[in-house]
Design a protein around this ligand. Sequence first.
Ligand SMILES: Nc1ncnc2c1ncn2[C@@H]1O[C@H](COP(=O)(O)OP(=O)(O)OP(=O)(O)O)[C@@H](O)[C@H]1O
Ligand SMILES: [Mg+2]
Length: 258
Amino acid sequence: MSDELIISAKNVTKSFSIGGNKHHIAVNDVSLDMYKGETLALVGESGCGKSTLAKLLMRLIKADSGEIIFDGIDISSLSEKYVRPYRKRMQMVFQDPASSLDPRMKVRDIIAEPLKVWKVCDSKEEMDDRVRELLELVDLKESALDRYPHQFSGGQKQRIGIARAIALNPDLIVCDESVSALDVSVQAQILNLLKRLKKELGLSCLFISHDLSVVNFIADRVCVMHDGRICEMAAKESIYSDPKSEYTKYLLDAISAS
Ligand SMILES: Nc1ncnc2c1ncn2[C@@H]1O[C@H](COP(=O)(O)OP(=O)(O)OP(=O)(O)O)[C@@H](O)[C@H]1O
Ligand SMILES: [Mg+2]
């Protein structure tokens, strides 16, 4: 992990209208820093604002106030046109690989799609080579290329989703509950894959999970969210051995009781 920042949120707030003139503050004055090459886990109970914060960081939605600094630039108020190049550098690995992959497309086309959209290859050969390289990076065989998503297991589908997410050489990947839908043994394989890719490709990773044992395996630092706010942020080792906030203690008690 370097001491250079990849992304920061500064006093970011986002609320949603919940009918009439009522609002729910999903992300409330949140500030955080992420360093290049680190895996930062975002934990907290359902509805505490994890996915909303991730979408704000990736500028998939706009904050009501505050700044998002990506690689030194405030992207929070950039227009769509100017934010586009930053989108390429931040990619998402979804929770449910089955619904995030188009069932009518062959794996070859699924992985090639971002390369086509961003016109990053000069020829068909170059694109073919890149697709094969990506497949190899996620440990899938070449025979996968001409098959359709339904012909793969959950873990294999998630590998396809990861190949797609890293296709454009992003700096940051956001994994939003990316292993929650998988069996424990398959979870471990995918977590190992993410760990290896992070190292090989120098990725930074925002890893959202409600599962503290998964977080313990993958994270460098842990950020605990509660009710739209960050209540604790610390190195993984100290979160587990010496939690500071009452809410973190409560979360840890909840898993040791289960
Ligand atoms: N587009 C939206 N419109 C209205 N309310 C929303 C919207 N997106 C999120 N919310 C609300 O904001 C709060 C935070 O939602 P968010 O999806 O960020 O939670 P989360 O921590 O990711 O939960 P989970 O662990 O269940 O995925 C919730 O109360 C949710 O209902
Ligand atoms: Mg969520």
